[in-house]
Design a protein around this ligand. Structure first.
Ligand code: BTN
Length: 303
């Protein structure tokens, strides 16, 4: 390899170390060399656009090899005037971000990591149910691709049998009264390497562990965008209320007693009775339902 590429053996060794770091599992065979146990299905612009279908012309698609975070980059572009429908998908994120300051790990080719910019005439104040709406789009795309038993966990985790399959991070720019812009970041686990899996501190799963015939990576990327467009159109017109019933059906913890961890607030325990039109959770701790706008469901210690 060193001879072929006209670099030193140390250069090759370093590059292969970097591949390990990127979460790719590489087989080393003593005296023979290296090999990838499976090929990588690289992102392909034409195939993604063709999978989106009739609405493909509404997406301004950019593909990157490696970025720190597609959300961070698209947020910067949003401030510089990037158009509605801009989408950045990257093969690798070196500093992928999750909710509540967490990291998001995806190995090279082991998942989908992309962000979509959607501009709204409405203000930031009216976008509270947007992350739940995005969850509906992801669930629809996965179901259509043959991934069964997909459910959602308020506000927007995508689960398969209580294991996390995908996450959504929405970041907003703009005024309370409008206009506003949302960068909708989605990370989906397709095939997690052992290394990536061990970096994640919660119950996770990936599409390849669930599906006998996992969908093509580009097809899934395109269908996710197609469903997002559909759901976002509906959301812009009628808000979350138009998707509320479907979301309720998808919620893994509807009617369940849970603990709710609130940012800077007390931990509350109660039964989830519903979700409201603005995406807040209605939790009954014994004295009637109360609205929770922010927080995280925990099942640990719940009755
Ligand atoms: C979460 O469940 O905590 C949200 C995870 C969101 C991850 C995606 S991957 C694409 C986009 N870019 C990021 O840095 N984060 C989101």
């Amino acid at each position: 390899m060193a001879r072929l590429l006209d670099v030193s053996r140390t250069g090759i060794w370093q590059a292969l170390q970097d591949l390990d770091e990127s979460g790719l599992s590489l087989q080393r065979i003593r005296g023979r060399g290296y090999r990838l146990p499976r090929g990588i299905q690289w992102l392909n612009r034409e195939r993604i656009l063709s999978a989106i279908g009739t609405n493909a012309n509404r997406i301004d698609l950019m593909l990157a090899d490696s970025v720190e975070s597609t959300n961070s980059m698209l947020l910067q572009n949003t401030a510089l005037g990037a158009p509605h429908g801009s989408c950045l998908a990257s093969e690798l994120q070196t500093r992928g971000r999750g909710r509540r300051g967490r990291s998001w790990h995806t190995g090279l080719g082991g998942g989908l990591a992309f962000s979509l910019l959607w501009r709204f005439n409405q203000g930031v104040a009216s976008l509270s149910g947007l992350s739940l709406a995005a969850g509906v789009a992801v669930a629809r795309a996965l179901r259509e691709a043959g991934v069964s038993d997909v459910s959602l966990k308020w506000p927007n985790d995508v689960l398969h049998r209580h294991h996390k399959l995908a996450g959504i991070l929405i970041e907003l720019q703009g005024d309370m009264l409008g206009p506003s812009a949302a960068v909708i970041g989605i990370g989906l686990n397709l095939k997690l390497s052992d290394r990536t899996r061990s970096a994640i501190d919660q119950a996770v799963t990936d599409v390849h562990s669930i599906c006998k015939a996992p969908p093509d990576r580009n097809l899934l990327q395109g269908r996710l965008l197609a469903h997002l467009i559909e759901v976002l159109d509906l959301f812009s017109e009628s808000g979350f209320s138009a998707l509320r019933e479907e979301w309720r059906q998808l919620h893994a913890y509807h009617g369940k007693t849970v603990r709710l961890l609130q940012p800077n607030g007390p931990v509350v325990e109660g039964r989830i009775v519903d979700v409201s039109d603005d995406g807040s959770l209605l939790l009954d701790s014994g004295s009637g339902p109360r609205r929770i706008a922010n927080g995280e469901i925990s099942l640990r210690g719940a009755a």
